[in-house]
Structures are given as structure tokens and as C-alpha cells.
Design a protein around this ligand. Structure first.
Ligand SMILES: Cc1cc2nc3c(=O)[nH]c(=O)nc-3n(C[C@H](O)[C@H](O)[C@H](O)COP(=O)(O)OP(=O)(O)OC[C@H]3O[C@@H](n4cnc5c(N)ncnc54)[C@H](O)[C@@H]3O)c2cc1C
Length: 409
């Protein structure tokens, strides 16, 4: 791949501050990477465009896979999570008026953990900045990555406090700035390919101030559309409702939301959902993308900056952590003179990424096939669902992908 020249600094630019790794973005990927580097004594600077208070409250994920919890724990990052997270043992599919419980822990001995993303981000900021003394700069603006094809890439930004332009020069830049960041552009400008998949489906993502109505994740496959319940805490529950892509949340007044949730998640013998105040209501257009390769020159992407998995299978934050730990370990090995892991970084991440993307597509058909309006797709979707409860081989395959427990990718 050729690296096209990026604008270099002018003689009027401020003199650069040196560090080893510039990490752009303080989400799960950037913060996990920062703590690995701090632990290894590698200096780094994390740049974040939002405030600390904002990122510690931003609601998103909740489901974390057991291997990811183990990886956090091995690095001393799971203390609060292990005390406070709920351990889930099953999920339930509601379709054809019935409820079908899928007890994955009985099958595999493994769990899902439920721990809201803002709590994990709060823990990671504290570990990186307060406990390990890491350098993190909030509220930065105008972040630009330059010279990634050289051995001295630079990142310029505008300082929140002074409004002055600053320049950081590192050995490496880690682009951990999520789906709406700027670092992916630097990679695609250098020739990386973006593969994208649109589902043509929207989800109304909701957070309700109400306890979960069941002790596990619920998937409702209904002719009106998919609905899901994802417990977040004893007080807050995430719900999803399938809707047209680009729909306006204003089309979903609270009573319409609850009527549709009650209808799509109804099952014989199941109590009605516990309703509560809706504190988040936004439409997500379901799409996935993968940037390949995930690095060029001295710029390495991690997490949503490199690949987005629609929240269909609750995989994005898990992948972000997976990338961050691989990249952190690879940079530590590089410091010790071994470049093997850094060279293999993109390939090693992408195996798990593509596997999770494929599972997400498969699961999307399970969620949305019945409401598509095509009786043929509805028939094959019901066959898939029934197979999970009649074929031990199909159940084992689903559990492995749902929990992300395959040994090798
Ligand atoms: C409704 C919903 C539910 C989800 N549920 C789950 C789930 O249950 N399980 C799961 O695994 N995943 C889930 N996900 C996905 C998960 O939230 C993301 O995959 C995860 O946040 C990715 O982490 P990241 O660190 O790569 O990116 P982010 O969390 O997006 O962090 C990127 C950071 O970079 C900052 N930034 C952006 N641009 C710049 C810039 N130019 N300069 C400096 N900083 C910048 C951002 O402010 C942000 O703090 C869900 C997503 C949504 C939307």
C-alpha cells in the first residue's frame, strides 16, 4: 500500500512535544490501550474531544463477554466490574406467542457480564489517569493526524483551555476515536479499503428508568418488527424497537413505544413489561463497516474507528477491548525489539472482527426475517429459531458465537 503525503507542519507551527504514542479518543479502546502502555512504562498522551463528565455518562453498551472481562481482570482493570456486574446465564427468544429460554451457561459453563459502558469508561479513566498517572487531555478540538508514513507522525489539536494549537510528535499514533472520529480518514487516504454493509433497517434505541422485566436478554420476533430487552441495572433497562431507517424519534411518543414493546415482546405466561420514564430515544440505522488493513505506516486503528458492528449482537465494545489489548501488547513487544505482533496486528484483529460481523448478519436475519413481509423468509427464519432448540449442534454453534468463545480465529 502506498502512503500518500499528508500536509506537513509549517515553519509557523508550534514546536512539537514528544511522546511515544499519541492515542486519539478516550473510549474503551483508547483507555484500555493507555493503561497497557502506562503499565509497561511507555509514555503516551490520550486526546479526547469531550469532557470527562460527558464520557463518564454517555450510555451505550452493556453486554461484555467473559473473555473480555478476564482480559480486563488480568490487567487489574476489572475490580469494580467483578463486584457490580450482573452475570447472565441465558437469553430468551419470544416468537409465535411463546417464550424459548436458551441457557448458554448450562451448555458451555460460560457467562455474559452486564456492566453499563459509562461505568466501565469511568473505571478506565480512573485507572489510566488517577491511579497510573496517565496524561489525558479533554475537550481538544481540530485533531489532525499527519506524516503517518514517516517514523515521526504528528498530531495537531487545539487546546481546550487556551485555544492554542498544539503539536504532538510520537513514534506511533493510535486511532481510537470511534465511528465519527478523524483517524479513519487518514488511513483511507493512504489506500485502506472500507467494506460496508447496510441492513436497510432502523432501530429505535431506548433507555427506560424501569427494572428489567425478565432476568435475561429478550429477543422478540414479531410480524410488526423486532423488539429487544437488554437489562442494564436494577433501575435501568435498554429496549430496542425495529423501525424504518432514518425514522424520526418524534414519531415515537412514549405511549406508542410501550404499546409496541408490550405487543412485540408478549409471550404466553410472561408478565407484561414494567414501564418507566424513557430517558433515551434515538434511531440507529443498522450498518456495519470494516477498514482493511487496520494500520498503515505508524498509524494503527482500534475499536469502532476501524470497524463498526451494528448493536445486533452486542459485540462492538468487546472488539474494541480485543484490539486495544492486542495493540498495547504489540507496542510493548516492539519496545523490546520484537515487531512480529505489530506486523500481524491488523490480521489478528480482523479474524475476530469478520467472525463477529458474520454472526451479526446471521442474527439480523433471525431478528428481522419474520417482519420482512416475505412469507418465504419468515418460514426459513422460524426454521432457524426452532433449530436452536432441537439440534444440540446448532445450539452449541450459536452459544459459541454469542459468547465469543471460539479458541482461535
Ligand atoms: C445503543 C448501543 C448499544 C450497544 N451495546 C453494546 C453491547 O451491549 N456490547 C458491546 O460490546 N457493544 C455495544 N455497543 C457498541 C459499543 O458502544 C462501541 O463498540 C464502543 O463504544 C466502541 O469503543 P471505542 O473505544 O472504539 O469507541 P468510542 O466508545 O466511540 O470512543 C471513541 C472516543 O473518541 C472520542 N473522539 C471522537 N472523535 C474524536 C476526535 N476527533 N478527537 C478526539 N477524540 C475524539 C469520542 O468522544 C469517544 O470518547 C453498543 C452501541 C450502541 C450505539
Amino acid at each position: 500500500m502506498t502512503v500518500t503525503p499528508t500536509p506537513t507542519l509549517t515553519p509557523n507551527s508550534p514546536s512539537p512535544e514528544r511522546t511515544s504514542v499519541v492515542v486519539v479518543g478516550a473510549g474503551p479502546a483508547g483507555l484500555a490501550l493507555g493503561t497497557v502502555l502506562r503499565d509497561a512504562g511507555i509514555d503516551c498522551v490520550v486526546l479526547e474531544c469531550e469532557t470527562r463528565a460527558f464520557i463518564e455518562r454517555r450510555p451505550r453498551a452493556g453486554v461484555i463477554e467473559e473473555w473480555a472481562v478476564d482480559a480486563l481482570d488480568r490487567r487489574g482493570l476489572a475490580g469494580n466490574l467483578l463486584k457490580r456486574a450482573e452475570r447472565h446465564t441465558a437469553c430468551a427468544f419470544r416468537f409465535d406467542g411463546g417464550q424459548h429460554r436458551f441457557s448458554y451457561t448450562e451448555l458451555t459453563g460460560r457467562h455474559h457480564f452486564v456492566y453499563p459502558q459509562p461505568l466501565l469508561v469511568t473505571d478506565l479513566v480512573r485507572e489510566y489517569a488517577d491511579v497510573r498517572g496517565g496524561d489525558i487531555r479533554f475537550g481538544v478540538r481540530d485533531v489532525t493526524v499527519r506524516d503517518v508514513g514517516t517514523d515521526r507522525p504528528t498530531v495537531t489539536y487545539t487546546c481546550a483551555e487556551t485555544g492554542e494549537q498544539r503539536v504532538l510528535q510520537g513514534e506511533f499514533v493510535a486511532g481510537c476515536d470511534g465511528a465519527r472520529g478523524v483517524t479513519r480518514r487518514a488511513l483511507t487516504d493512504a489506500g485502506a479499503r472500507v467494506a460496508r454493509h447496510d441492513y436497510g433497517i432502523g432501530w429505535l434505541a431506548l433507555l427506560a428508568e424501569a427494572p428489567p422485566s425478565a432476568d435475561c436478554v429478550l429477543f422478540g420476533m414479531h410480524p410488526d418488527g423486532f423488539a429487544g430487552q437488554m437489562p442494564r441495572s436494577p433501575e435501568v433497562t435498554r429496549y430496542y424497537l425495529q423501525c424504518p431507517p432514518g425514522d424520526d424519534p418524534a414519531n415515537w411518543p412514549d405511549d406508542r413505544v410501550w404499546t409496541q414493546l408490550q405487543r412485540r415482546l408478549a409471550a404466553d405466561g410472561a408478565a407484561p413489561l414494567t414501564e418507566g420514564r424513557l430517558i433515551e430515544k434515538r434511531v440507529l440505522d443498522m450498518h456495519d463497516y470494516v477498514v482493511e488493513p487496520m494500520s498503515v505506516g505508524r498509524l494503527f486503528l482500534a475499536g469502532d474507528a476501524a470497524h463498526l458492528v451494528a448493536p445486533i449482537a452486542a459485540k462492538g465494545m468487546n472488539l474494541a477491548l480485543h484490539d486495544a489489548f492486542l495493540l498495547g501488547d504489540a507496542l510493548v513487544a516492539h519496545r523490546a525489539g520484537d515487531d512480529g505482533a505489530l506486523s500481524a496486528y491488523s490480521r489478528d484483529c480482523l479474524r475476530r472482527v469478520w467472525d463477529y460481523q458474520e454472526f451479526s448478519q446471521w442474527l439480523s436475519e433471525v431478528y428481522h426475517g419474520i417482519s420482512h413481509g416475505d412469507p418465504f423468509r419468515a418460514g426459513t427464519t422460524l426454521a432457524r429459531l426452532r433449530r436452536l432448540f432441537t439440534s444440540p449442534a446448532a445450539a452449541a454453534a450459536f452459544a459459541e458465537q454469542y459468547l465469543g468463545t471460539a479458541d482461535r480465529y
